[in-house]
Structure formats: structure tokens, C-alpha cells
Design a protein around this ligand. Structure first.
Ligand code: ZN
Length: 475
């Protein structure tokens, strides 16, 4: 077994277009000499006249930078991988006039046209491509912007939401001037401004089992930027049934995931996660928060993979799950295998048409809360008449610092089971949180522990700030 030497894109023309070579050698120096001996045109790019490795070329052995070591003497053994990584600047050469694109497009896409892996043919492929973005939110924003900027001819967007001020921290396709308008209208206007050559096909609707096949059928690639499990499984199943690649991205707090699910060539989302987590186990970004730049990184990776699929360039993220940890600034990659028992892409698939995804994800099966909720207005009235009422804030302490209701008591949801002894079961209890979801879980915990007189504030402190005390900030 020899040592694998990975050749970077700019140097491939000097080794017959190959991206890697198998060479025999005991040290890095021996390998590089053999390499430049076999491919003489490469020598001047790797070595200066005095025989030293050029300073803009770095060499890694098995991902380890060996610049600090005596480079040439660094030993290598069979099975090692040596990477040659030159510094790469943006290209600045002027593109030649190309007849099939307008003058404006040639100028606009010049940095693509001079890339060997894109060129005129690739740019035409991009112009002919039809990409569907599911969601114009955190992931859809950078994806839409980069796909439009790159010259993808048709960008379909499915979204039915309205731009909210809390979106602007990360959903960069929208702006302050479009708060309150539909996300589709907002994204369409921004894309038109960015690149009027792009046709936007808006679908102002929720993607459902009834419309998904008809919408997705018309597109070449789907980029999934949804924020909920029913839509994720719906997009996956529809893509598998229609044979379309599904470029997946997901984010939570400081972590992201990306992959390309193309059941014809690799696993699908169900091969990875055959079942969704129970409702409420994984908090949404609205509940758990998300760092603003994170969807920018993951959504950009989705745009990158989409463009690679259109061009047929490089190695797509098929069969690989990319994990990104923003706090450690670390990417990890896991190999994904196709599940032979996958119910939608396996040889014995049982899902041959779209199903009820809300039911599949256990949504709608939550217990009914009739009479267990109280409105902000009712709470204010009752509390005034009964100052003995226990109003419990089950949010986290860092949320309490943002804003709180005077007279309430902070017991974060996670601490509640251990702190039940602090509560007097004879008093009326009202739980509240940010929007009213966690407080229902608190209500269940209290009821299960025998507390009888418990209710939950519908809409949480946000509803309180809107209807009772406008002096409180909303977040
Ligand atoms: Zn599958």
C-alpha cells in the first residue's frame, strides 16, 4: 500500500487532471521529489529555484500541518494521506465574451466563467436549474441569496409566514423595512434587487401531503430549511418518491447539521432518523434560541451543495452527515449508510405515498388543556382579587433578566420536579413561560404531583406584555 497524495484543484492540470496520486516514499521530501519527477511541470509550482518548498504551499500529513517540523524529513508510511494545500486568492481575470449569455450576465458571472469547474457550460446549467427552497427563514435566507447571486435561473420558495422583528437577527434576506409583510414578498423583492435574471416562483402556502408532490415535482433540487419535524419527513418522503435530491440543513443554538439525501445514490433522512423525537423533547429555535451566524453557515453549505449538484462538480455530501459546532469551531463528519429496512427508500418500502406527518410526529396527540389555561387579562383580574395566588415563572434565569412579571416567582422548568416542596398545594397556582408551551409542561408536572389548583398562562409573558403591561419589553 502506497501513500495517497491529494492534489489541489489549481495543480491538477499539471498531473493530468487527477485529484490524487498513489506514491511510494518514506518521507515527505521523497514523495514530493517523486511527484515532481513524474510530473515535471509541477516542479516549478512546488519548489523555488533553491529547492525549498514554496512558501504559499502547505503540506499536511493526515491532516497535521508539518510546517513546524523538518518538512522534508517528516516520515510517512503506507496508508498515510499527504495533502498539498496552496493559498487561493479570488480570480480577477477578465472573462471572454460568450455568446449564449447576455453581456450583463457575462459580466455578472465572470468569476464563475473563469473557474474551470463552472465555465460557460456550468453557468448555463445554473441558469437552466430549478431549485426549491422550503422556508425563507434562517437557512433559506443565505441559501436564497447565494443561489440567486450564483445565477440559478429559477428559485421556488415555499413559505406562508410574515416577517417578524425577531427574525432579523439571522434571516438576512429580510430587512427592517419588510417587517410585517409576507416573507415571500420580502424575499422576492430582495432577490430581484440582487439579480433580476432570477425568476422567483413563490408558493405562499404550508407544504402539505396534498400539495408537496405537485410543487416538488417541478424542481431539480430541494433545499430543506424547515424548522419542524412533520415538514422534514414530508420533504424527505416527497423527494424520495419523486427521485429528487434533498439538501438538508438544521440548526440549534450553536450546532448545525448538513447532508445531501439522494435516495438514488445514498441514504435518506429516514435512514438517518427513522422516527422523530416525541413532541416537545427538542425545543424549537423560538424556545431554545439560535446564534445568528449559525444559519448563515449551514444555509451557505446548503447553497454550495445545491450548486455542486447542478454542476455535477466535486464530491457531494451524499452518505455523509456534517456536524458543525460553532463554539468549538469544529466540523465533524459521520458516514451514513442506507438503512436496508428504510420504510421509504429501502427495497421493501412501505411508504409509497405521502402520509399524515403531523400524526406521525405525534402532533395533535397532546393532552387537551380545556380549562387548564388562563388568559393574561383573566390572570390580572384574578390575581388582583386573590393576592395569595402563586404565579410561577418557569423560564430560565437569563430570560428572567430580560424581563419578568413583578410578584412572580422563578422556578425554571428543569428544576421544578426537585423544588415541588417549596410550593403550597392549597394555594391557586398559575405557571407561565415565554409563549405558553413550557408552562403547560410545568402544569403536567404539578398535576402529576397532586397539585389540583393549577393553570397555565396562555401566550406566556409575551401575551402579558401585549395585553396587560406594555411597559415590559417583548423578546
Ligand atoms: Zn431511507
Amino acid at each position: 500500500m502506497a501513500v495517497t497524495v491529494l492534489i489541489p484543484t489549481p495543480l491538477r492540470p499539471y498531473v493530468g487532471g487527477r485529484d490524487s496520486l498513489e506514491l511510494e516514499g518514506a518521507s515527505v521530501g521523497e514523495l514530493l521529489e517523486r511527484l515532481s519527477g513524474e510530473h515535471t511541470a509541477l516542479k516549478q509550482h512546488l519548489f523555488a529555484d533553491d529547492g525549498r518548498l514554496r512558501s504559499f504551499v502547505n503540506v499536511y500529513v493526515n491532516d497535521r500541518d508539518i510546517r513546524q517540523l523538518a518538512q522534508r524529513d517528516t516520515p510517512v508510511k503506507a496508508g498515510d494521506t499527504v495533502s498539498i494545500i496552496p493559498s487561493i486568492a479570488g480570480g480577477t481575470a477578465v472573462a471572454e465574451a460568450l455568446p449564449k449569455l447576455s453581456h450583463e450576465e457575462i459580466l455578472r458571472y465572470s468569476r464563475h466563467l473563469i473557474l474551470p469547474d463552472v465555465g460557460l457550460e456550468g453557468q448555463k446549467k445554473l441558469k437552466a436549474a430549478r431549485v426549491l427552497l422550503v422556508g425563507a427563514g434562517g437557512l433559506g435566507s443565505p441559501a436564497a441569496l447565494y443561489l440567486a447571486a450564483a445565477g440559478v435561473g429559477t428559485v421556488g420558495i415555499v413559505d406562508f409566514d410574515v416577517v417578524d422583528k425577531t427574525n432579523l437577527q439571522r434571516q438576512i434576506v429580510h430587512g427592517t423595512s419588510t417587517v410585517g409583510t409576507s416573507k415571500l414578498a420580502s424575499a422576492t423583492a430582495r432577490i430581484r434587487d440582487l439579480n433580476p435574471n432570477v425568476r422567483v416562483e413563490p408558493f405562499e402556502t404550508r407544504l402539505t401531503s396534498e400539495n408537496a408532490l405537485d410543487i416538488i415535482r417541478e424542481f431539480d433540487v430541494v433545499a430543506d430549511g424547515t424548522d419542524n419535524f412533520p415538514t422534514r419527513y414530508l420533504v424527505n418522503d416527497a423527494c424520495v418518491l419523486l427521485g429528487k435530491p434533498n439538501v438538508y440543513g438544521s440548526i440549534f443554538r450553536f450546532e448545525g447539521q448538513a447532508s445531501v439525501f439522494d435516495a438514488k445514490r445514498g441514504p435518506c433522512y429516514r435512514c438517518l432518523y427513522s422516527e422523530p423525537p416525541p413532541p416537545g423533547l427538542v425545543p424549537s429555535c423560538a424556545e431554545g434560541g439560535v446564534l445568528g451566524v449559525l444559519p448563515g453557515i449551514i444555509g451557505s453549505i446548503q447553497a454550495m451543495e445545491t450548486i455542486k449538484l447542478i454542476l455535477g462538480a466535486g464530491d457531494p455530501l451524499i452518505g455523509r452527515l456534517l456536524l458543525f459546532d460553532a463554539l468549538k469551531l469544529q466540523f465533524r463528519e459521520l458516514k451514513l449508510a442506507k438503512d436496508p429496512d428504510c420504510p421509504v427508500c429501502g427495497p421493501h418500502a412501505t411508504i409509497t405515498e405521502l402520509i399524515d406527518y403531523e400524526a406521525f410526529c405525534g402532533i395533535g396527540a397532546e393532552p387537551a388543556y380545556d380549562g387548564a389555561e388562563i388568559t393574561a387579562h383573566e390572570l390580572e383580574q384574578e390575581w388582583r382579587g386573590n393576592p395569595d395566588m402563586l404565579v410561577i415563572d418557569v423560564r430560565e434565569s437569563h430570560e428572567y433578566e430580560i424581563t419578568h412579571i413583578d410578584g412572580s416567582r422563578l422556578i425554571p422548568l428543569g428544576e421544578l420536579p426537585q423544588r415541588l416542596g417549596e410550593l403550597d398545594g392549597h394555594r391557586e397556582i398559575v405557571t407561565f413561560c415565554h409563549h405558553g408551551a413550557r408552562s403547560l409542561k410545568a402544569l403536567e408536572i404539578l398535576k402529576a404531583a397532586g397539585f389540583a389548583k393549577v393553570r397555565s398562562l396562555r401566550g406566556g409573558i409575551d401575551a402579558w406584555a401585549v395585553t396587560v403591561d406594555p411597559s415590559l419589553p417583548r423578546y
